[in-house]
Design a protein around this ligand. Structure first.
Ligand SMILES: Cc1cc2nc3c(=O)[nH]c(=O)nc-3n(C[C@H](O)[C@H](O)[C@H](O)COP(=O)(O)O)c2cc1C
Ligand code: SF4
Ligand code: FES
Length: 554
């Protein structure tokens, strides 16, 4: 496959699309599917057949549009000369199909219309999600028609592996799985590691509560992930790739399987890719849904068929990974950035974002917001813009109190810090982390102690039990938090909780235990009074109130 052949496929796909006067798209990703968008699509197809519009109107399933809370989302693509903007419909039911089709040659259906000139759509910057909601994720031709596989073809036919790595390094891309490690540096280490057998692993475990960025990318644009992995294979000298996906993501798995088959058929995977000597293949490994299996060494153990528990590092997987061989492990979103970087150049990517955090970041917005769903924004955007402009603020006039970023490893940031730019360093300075992109918004009704207890319960349940500080410490920290929430704790319990947090943080074996105290520490830092108010022996100064002081008989 050459760039010219890609161009041919792209042209014929565009020609095919151009034969339709109307293209009606239906989101068929998990969020909308849970609201029966598959039935909406079927109803639209039936209505098209009934009205004999098969030759003029195409009904197409597409990936996530981002505004998942308003699903099922249906769009009518712009029609030259009549309207230039697409028309988006929200909360569409199968019964609406006839009306939607009747509106194609009339005025848009005001009853269902969702405005697209709002900050939610206008303030985003889409790179990773550029095809989400636009292409049919089950057709490789559509991916190619949107410049898909152009990055891989350029890499293997025009660049040396070293030049590919230079491009990634120049882009400033950092790992989107949570740690923010420079991707180029990791690729250099794997490329330099001795050995003819090397592996690429795509981490699609995504265990954080409230996070669905990676699921959405895999469901909406699976070829992008495969292309990123193949480019990484070429750059580092690896011939085998694994995508580790949790079993709870059946739609992502099915679309990835289809995409792998299609890529093999067109020669983007397999032997002699694009007529070169580069061989690369990808297969899927299913995870059982344990949060700890997202940790890279536990994930590797799980693929090897062992129990998924972390091991001490070094050695890092880049030198000693799967089956003891050099292994590059990157997150789904990290790989999904790679094709765009190869197509547009590292300098282009480095021009977006901040000095140390380049590019964009995908976030899953959940909680007390008007617009919940999936967004992609440039690094450096403020939390205020995300919460109030893109997210539309809390519903029903409620006041936003805090944002939780980074899931169980992260922290809660209060509203008076919302002018902080969203980048790796700034969030860390506030006692939270970027994490993989979960963002939970809380309004005034939320008890921050309860939030801390919820995350600690999660860590306690998900602790693999291999090391004592985490196995025992999370249980005790949870007990203290539970006692405080129930109004049964004393001031000394709070002191013991704080000491325990420091101990677990400093002595646990892996990131799960090392970061489990973060939600407690950040809520204690910003919302200490809420803890104090729940203690049975406190006054405003943290001392025992007079009512509880029992006089000692002389
Ligand atoms: C408890 C725990 C869970 C993790 N879960 C994930 C996950 O679901 N997805 C992910 O990409 N990284 C996860 N990580 C981070 C991985 O260990 C690893 O750093 C990451 O996959 C590297 O990819 P990146 O450099 O592209 O971010 C987790 C780490 C820990 C400690
Ligand atoms: S810190 Fe927790 S999850 Fe990590 S190895 Fe220790 S017990 Fe297991
Ligand atoms: S799943 Fe349909 S808009 Fe997100």
């Amino acid at each position: 496959m050459s760039n010219e052949q890609l161009e041919q496929i792209s042209l014929s796909e565009h020609k095919k699309q151009a034969q339709y006067r109307h293209v009606v798209t239906v989101c068929v990703s998990s969020g909308c599917m849970s609201a029966q968008s598959d039935l909406v699509k079927k109803a639209l197809e039936d209505a098209v057949a009934e009205k004999e519009l098969d030759h003029t109107c195409q009904v197409k399933g597409v990936g996530c549009r981002g505004l998942c809370s308003r699903g099922p989302l249906v769009s009518v693509q712009p029609e030259h000369g009549r309207f230039e903007q697409e028309i988006l419909y929200q909360n569409v039911a199968p019964e609406d199909a006839g009306e939607v089709l009747s509106s194609l040659d009339a005025e848009p259906l005001a009853r269902l219309q969702c405005p697209t000139d709002t900050p939610f759509f206008q303030r985003q910057h889409k790179i990773v999600l550029e095809n989400s909601g636009r292409i049919d994720p089950e057709r490789i031709e559509e991916y190619i028609a949107h410049e898909g596989y152009g990055g891989l073809v350029t890499a293997v036919t025009e660049l040396s592996p070293g030049e590919v790595i230079d491009e990634i390094t120049r882009s400033g891309l950092r790992g989107r799985g949570g740690g923010g490690y420079p991707t180029g540096l990791k690729w250099i280490t794997v490329a330099k590691s001795e050995g003819s057998e090397k592996y690429i692993i795509c981490n699609g475990d995504e265990g954080d509560p409230g996070a669905f960025m990676d699921r959405s990318i895999m469901e909406s644009d699976p070829h992008r992930v495969i292309e990123g992995m193949a480019i990484a294979g070429y750059a580092t000298g690896a011939n085998i790739g694994y995508i580790y996906v949790r079993g709870e993501y059946p739609l992502a798995v099915s679309r990835l399987k289809t995409a792998i088959r299609q890529a093999q058929k067109l020669g983007f995977l397999g032997d002699g890719i694009c007529g070169t000597t580069f061989n690369f293949n990808v297969s899927i490994r299913l995870g059982g849904g344990a949060f700890v299996c997202g940790e890279e060494t536990a994930l590797i153990a799980s693929i090897e068929g062992r129990r998924g528990t972390p091991r001490p590092r070094p050695p890092y997987p880049a030198e000693y990974g799967l089956w003891g061989k050099p292994t590059l492990i990157n997150n789904v979103e990290t790989f999904a950035n790679v094709p765009s970087i190869l197509r547009n150049g590292g300098d282009w990517y480095a021009g977006i974002g901040t000095e140390k955090s380049k590019g964009t970041k995908v976030f899953a917005l959940t909680g007390a917001l008007q617009n919940t769903g999936l967004i992609e924004v440039p690094m450096g955007i403020s939390l205020r813009e995300i919460v109030y402009e893109i997210g539309g603020g809390a519903p029903d006039g409620a006041t936003v109190k805090a944002v939780q970023t980074g899931g169980p490893s992260g922290g809660c940031i209060p509203a008076d810090h919302f002018d902080t730019p969203v980048d790796y360093e700034s969030l860390k300075e506030l006692g939270s982390i970027m994490g993989s992109g979960g963002m939970i918004i809380m309004d005034e009704s939320a008890s921050m102690v309860d939030v801390a207890r919820y995350f600690m319960e999660f860590c306690m349940t998900e602790s693999c039990g291999k090391c004592i500080p985490c196995r025992v410490g999370t249980v005790h920290m949870h007990n203290f938090l539970d006692k405080i929430c129930k109004g049964e704790a004393r001031y000394r319990d709070l002191t013991m909780l704080e000491n325990l947090c420091e101990m677990v943080k400093d002595t646990s074996l892996c990131g799960l235990g090392q970061t489990a105290p973060n939600p407690v520490l950040s809520t204690l830092h910003y919302f200490r009074q809420e803890y104090l108010d729940l203690l049975i022996d406190h006054d405003q100064n943290g001392r025992a109130p007079q009512a509880l002081v029992i006089p000692v008989e002389a």
